[in-house]
Design a protein around this ligand. Structure first.
Ligand code: NDP
Ligand code: VSD
Length: 325
């Protein structure tokens, strides 16, 4: 009798899982896609340092025609030289501030039609909102969010008229602080959460042009920018951010490149990031029916895990405030 009901229960479970899998395979949109980069034009903003430089290096070594954009000409030249030394390939460099739409447009037009646009530039000056200057808040929103609007708007006409018509990609560098709000990151998190809204809406607008959007979510990453950030990061910000391990720029670049080549909308970078992405999948598009299946099955329990993280974080905040008294 017991054997029979176990068999019956297993059958039901299997039947339920398979039906769900088939259903999801049928409905997931947009459809899976591969975005090749060999011999294609990859344009990377913030490509002179950290994650962007590592991305430029890896894309060049995979045979892409790479352009990089940043403000400082000296660092652009240095990046060009280091990529030439490590890959034997030449990258085109463009000096512009992403906050200046005209300058961005000029650079993008000079660079020629883009197949893969990587909006990676970003600034991060963590501080509690109450004491942070309004100028610094605007600085983060302008560079991280408005700057990304400028890049995409400048690049879209050229991307639409691509002669070969292969799949194109717009990859946007967010942060795990763009999936969950973290102490000390009010402006930074807001700029990065903003990118998600931009990306979700944009994907619907450009799917008809065979352009595919990816959003990349790195944890703390060892870069020149991060070294600067660490000089002034509030202690609590560091404590909470340590919930996710830190990575090297090369590792993040590899994840980012693989993610955009696979056409994934959400691109986590480490183990914690994978679960964070599942827990915050929301109404984002999902091309993989297997990932969609995991999202559905894991949703309830991950909400519990997420609440445990909040419990732990609020505990740290309480303890910190207690000690400061
Ligand atoms: N490092 C980390 O811990 C994490 C980083 N990220 C994100 O990854 C991205 C890259 O970060 P990371 O490599 O650490 O940063 P870096 O500070 O090392 O490099 C930033 C790059 O962006 C360029 N840049 C900055 N401001 C502008 C601007 N106004 N116009 C044009 N280019 C600009 C810089 O060049 P120049 O100054 O010459 O203009 C540089 O090339 C950012 O979007 C960041 O938010 C996400 C999660 C973690
Ligand atoms: C349910 C499962 C949860 C899994 C764990 C969640 C861990 C969240 C940690 C968030 C860390 C944010 C780091 C931002 C780094 C960054 O962007 C700055 N260095 C500036 O560049």
């Amino acid at each position: 009798m017991a054997d029979l009901s176990i068999a019956f229960f297993s059958f039901l479970l299997l039947f339920f899982s398979l039906s769900l899998l088939f259903f999801l395979a049928f409905i997931v949109r947009p459809r899976p896609v591969k975005v090749p980069i060999k011999n294609r034009h990859v344009f990377i903003s913030g490509g002179s340092s950290g994650i962007g430089l590592a991305l430029a290096q890896q894309a060049a070594s995979e045979g892409a025609k790479v352009s990089i954009l940043a403000r400082n000409t000296g660092r652009l030249e240095e990046a060009k030289e280091s990529i030439r030394l490590s890959t034997g390939r030449d990258v085109a460099i463009f000096s512009a501030d992403v906050r200046d739409y005209k300058a961005v447009k000029k650079a993008v037009e000079e660079a020629g039609p883009i197949d893969v646009l990587v909006c990676n530039q970003g600034v991060f000056v963590p501080q509690e909102l109450e004491t942070q200057d309004i100028e610094e808040i605007k600085f983060m929103i302008d560079v991280n969010l408005t700057g990304t609007f400028h890049l995409i708007k400048a690049a879209l006409p050229g991307m639409k008229s691509r002669s070969n018509r292969g799949p194109g990609s717009i990859a946007i560098m967010s942060s795990q602080a763009g999936q969950v709000g973290i102490y000390g990151y009010t402006a930074y998190s807001a700029s990065k959460f903003g990118l998600r809204g931009l990306a979700e809406a944009l994907q619907q607008e450009v799917i008809g042009e065979n352009i595919h959007v990816s959003l990349i979510f790195p944890p703390d990453t060892e870069t020149p920018g991060f070294a600067e950030e660490n000089k002034r990061r509030p202690k609590l910000t560091s404590i909470l951010a340590a919930s996710s391990g830190s990575m090297k720029a090369d590792e993040v670049a590899k994840k980012a490149l693989n993610g955009l080549k696979s056409g994934n909308f959400i691109v986590p970078c480490n183990f914690e990031g994978f679960f964070l992405s599942l827990a915050t999948s929301g109404l984002s598009p999902q091309r993989s029916f297997l990932m969609a299946f995991i999202e559905v099955i894991a949703a309830g329990i991950l909400r519990v895990v997420g609440l445990c993280f909040q419990w732990n974080w609020y505990g740290s905040i309480e303890k910190f405030l207690e000690e400061r008294k």
